[in-house]
Design a protein around this ligand. Structure first.
Ligand SMILES: *Cc1c(COP(=O)(O)O)cnc(C)c1O
Length: 414
């Protein structure tokens, strides 16, 4: 039997989420009719499910295996983003009382966070448009992802971060050759500045002018989870929320897997995890599905989630409600404890955003949200080696002397 190989993207155009107008995939980044947010739309009915699945399974071991469901072609940089492991987590599961628990370990991307995914798609788009500069507003991880991708493609990069961003994140972005602009203020202030600059400069601002493409990279986490579960949707996914792009595109991914008949399953509930010091989405969900109220002064250890006015905030609330999911918000002590619990039970070290997800899962489990036999996937989006371990207390330094060891460590090594 002849097999058809699907190499094209099924992109049909860019659809406005506000007024519904479908426009061409040109350089615009908001709707030409109403200035609403636009996102790629695909001709999903054009795929024969068996052929599509076979093509994906034969594809590269990176997010580019899902090329038919992405809006751009792989630019040939071989940066190895994505296709990260889905780890069974029985020891953590026992501690949280969740029977079938999995960790999507996305801390192993080139710059140690899931942000390499949206940036891979934004970069491909920037190259297709012939741009020579990438830029972004970042809570920390995006800065490194943009800086590294720009270096690999030979572009200039400008990354804007709040002054309080962890040194490991700003220093690594600078090492990749980016111009790191530290701004006095919150992420939302940085974001507004970048919104102004994006209109003035011809730069590829990954989270403004390239946002419709950028956000598409976030779909691939759920695509991978479904494929790694043998083309089944998980029953639950717990997603950390900053701007809400990852959460809303997780819902898009579920819809696209169903529409192409690549994966099924009774339900896939999407749950938001946020730190109590900045929880605009979780608060809105838990407060009767109201609209999102901005948090003016975020205060949390989980700086990568400190976005008080999330671009996809109301979209996240709607997506959670539609999936019949829920939300949790957790305080800094719970986040610290969760980082250590995960590391000590499963050998995976995450930054505080990962602690937010583990602590949120603990709370959702204690509320009886997960049922026996259901698969629960936790997204681990940032590596602990980039920020956070300095929070872990250490025992005292000793002299190079066996007696000093016995004295200081006798209780753990009797
Ligand atoms: C940016 C970020 C998130 C949140 O992603 P959004 O798409 O902005 O909601 C989650 N975890 C980490 C580690 C991040 O850097």
């Amino acid at each position: 039997m002849a097999t058809t190989t699907i190499t094209r993207s099924a992109l049909r155009g860019l659809r406005c989420r506000a007024c519904g107008a479908l426009g061409p995939a040109d350089e615009r980044y908001v709707c030409g009719e109403c200035l609403g947010p636009i996102e790629p739309e695909y001709d999903l009915a054009s795929f024969e499910p068996g052929a599509l699945r076979r093509d994906i399974e034969r594809g590269p071991r990176s997010l580019w295996r899902y090329a038919p469901l992405l809006p751009v072609r792989e630019p040939g940089l071989r940066h190895a983003v994505g296709w990260t492991p889905l780890l069974p987590a029985p020891r953590l599961g026992a501690a949280l009382r969740v029977e079938r628990l999995y960790l999507k370990d996305d801390t192993r991307n080139p710059t140690l966070s899931f942000k390499d995914r949206p940036v891979a798609i934004a970069l491909a788009r920037a190259l297709a448009l012939g741009l020579d500069t990438l830029a972004c507003a970042s809570t920390g991880n995006l800065a490194g992802a943009v800086a590294s991708a720009a270096a690999r493609a030979g572009l200039r990069a400008f990354v804007f971060v709040p002054e309080a961003t962890e040194a490991g994140k700003t220093a690594s972005a600078a090492a990749y050759g980016a111009t790191v602009v530290r701004v006095r203020g919150t992420y939302d202030q940085v974001n507004r500045l970048c919104g102004r600059l994006a209109d003035e400069r011809g730069w590829g601002f990954v989270n403004f002018t390239l946002r419709p493409y950028y956000a598409e990279g976030s779909k691939t986490l759920l695509f991978e989870c479904a494929e790694q579960l043998g083309w089944e949707l998980p029953h639950h996914v717990v997603v950390p929320v900053g701007s809400g792009a990852l959460l809303t595109r997780t819902a898009t991914a579920v819809a696209q897997l169903r529409a192409t008949r690549l994966a099924g399953g009774e339900h896939c509930h999407i749950h938001a995890a946020q730190p109590a010091g900045c929880a605009p989405v979780s608060d809105a969900v838990l407060d009767g599905w109201r609209s999102v109220a901005p948090v003016r002064a975020p205060a949390t250890l989980a700086r990568s989630l400190a976005i008080g006015a999330p671009a996809d905030g109301d979209g996240s609330v709607a997506a959670i409600r539609e999936s019949r999911g829920s939300a949790a918000s957790v305080d800094d002590d719970a986040i610290r404890d969760a980082v250590r619990l995960l590391a000590a039970t499963e050998g995976v070290l995450v930054e505080p955003a990962g602690g937010v997800v583990i602590a949120a899962a603990r709370e959702l489990a204690s509320r009886g949200v997960f049922h026996t036999g259901e698969t629960v996937v936790l997204y681990l989006t940032g590596n602990g080696y980039k920020g956070g371990p300095e929070e872990i207390p250490l025992r005292p330094v000793i002299d190079a002397d066996a007696d000093a060891f016995a004295e200081a460590y006798g209780e753990v090594a009797p």
